[in-house]
Ligand binder design. Structure first.
Ligand code: ATP
Ligand code: MG
Length: 333
């Protein structure tokens, strides 16, 4: 049995995690989850936001599946999610966006992947007021050659491995000439090593328009941290919303798989959450672990249900509960 750390998380986290573990068990997946808690709920119970055992478990297993974690304000962390990505240097945030059968949206044939830089940019947390009156504030955006290089390289390698012939680099170097300029220059340099791949440079505002008008034209998008954050919610909306959008944070030797969405406190504990974002995330995790057969078995069951469109959660216009959808998937395995 391959051991994987499971962090159920806060809000809808425990409900959608249970859905995944039930489905894995029913499918006979050769993965044993080591459950570790972190976040608001653990803090209220133990006074600790991230217990030591969680770090140990991730460092030992190297692979984790993670639900959304809420970070209580003023407890020493800005965001536990961001902290874990930085601590383990999980520099590639990979977010696949794909049209699904049976899901009514404005577009067809979308099949793209966003590579979001995950450790620097505007997410380094260097922000302060400039005066005592607190009427002026600044934030620092850090872009490094090394940080840019590795995420852009990962995007090109992905394109090459999947026989895709275009990589779109998203930036705002017309305004941020030094920081975004460095990112863009790094992309141009890397592009020289991939003669078969066309590089397209698109400014972030234009990218938003292009994605809303012609999303099917894109294959691999690579960009800095904040732009990637925003674009991935936008793209999730193009194919059916946050309830369907998987994600992965990958570093040199550790990978943490998590859905794009947050803890959705508005629907937590109501048996309403769509478990599919975390389930698709866990399917990608199985593929990462080379458990392709089980990954495809579960994926097929889900696609069959989506095609029929009878058992869907409320975010997809249905009336099924989290548990009913989970049971239906298990029935279709
Ligand atoms: P956080 O601060 O943890 O990011 P949030 O309030 O931003 O929480 P998100 O999880 O980002 O909440 O979700 C935004 C909206 O999308 C919520 O109103 C939520 O109801 C909906 N949503 C997100 N994920 C799901 C899901 N898996 N199933 C159904 N609805 C979801
Ligand atoms: Mg959110």
């Amino acid at each position: 049995m391959r051991k994987v750390t499971l962090i159920p998380g806060d809000g809808i986290g425990p409900e959608i995690s249970k859905s995944v573990t039930d489905i894995f068990e029913a499918a006979g997946v050769e993965v044993e989850f080591e459950i570790e808690n972190a976040g608001e709920k653990v803090y209220n119970e133990t006074g600790e936001l991230i217990p030591e055992s969680l770090y140990k478990s991730i460092e030992k297993n190297k692979v984790a599946l993670k639900g959304p974690i809420t970070t209580p304000i003023g407890k020493g962390f800005r965001s536990i999610n961001v902290y874990l990505r930085k601590k383990y240097d999980l520099y590639s945030n990979i977010r696949p966006i794909k049209t699904l059968p049976g899901i009514k949206t404005r577009y067809e044939n979308i099949d793209l992947v966003i590579f979001r830089e995950n450790t620097e940019g505007l997410y380094i947390g260097e922000e302060k007021f400039e005066n005592e009156e607190q009427t002026s504030a600044i934030a620092i955006k850090r872009i490094t050659k090394k940080g840019s290089f590795r995420i852009i390289k990962a995007a090109f390698e992905y394109a090459k491995a999947n026989n895709l012939n275009k990589v779109t680099v998203v930036h705002k170097a017309n305004i941020l000439k030094i920081t975004d300029g460095l990112f863009l220059d790094t992309a141009r340099e890397i592009a020289k090593d991939y003669p078969g791949i066309t590089v397209e440079e698109v400014i972030i505002d234009n990218m938003c328009m292009q994605l809303v008008m012609n999303p099917e034209k894109y294959q691999v998008i690579v960009t800095m941290n904040l732009y990637g954050d925003i674009l991935s919610d936008l793209c999730a909306g193009l194919v059916g919303g946050l309830g369907l959008a998987p994600g992965a944070n990958i570093g040199e030797d550790i990978a943490v798989f998590e859905a794009v969405h947050g803890s959705a406190p508005d629907i937590a504990g109501q048996n309403k959450a769509n478990p599919l974002a975390l389930l698709f995330t866990s399917i990608d995790m199985l593929k990462y672990l080379k458990e392709n057969e089980k990954a495809e078995q579960i994926e097929k069951a889900v696609l069959r249900i989506l095609e029929k469109g009878e058992v869907l959660t409320a975010d997809l216009g249905g009336s099924a509960t989290t548990e009913e959808l989970t049971a239906e998937i298990i029935k279709n395995l």
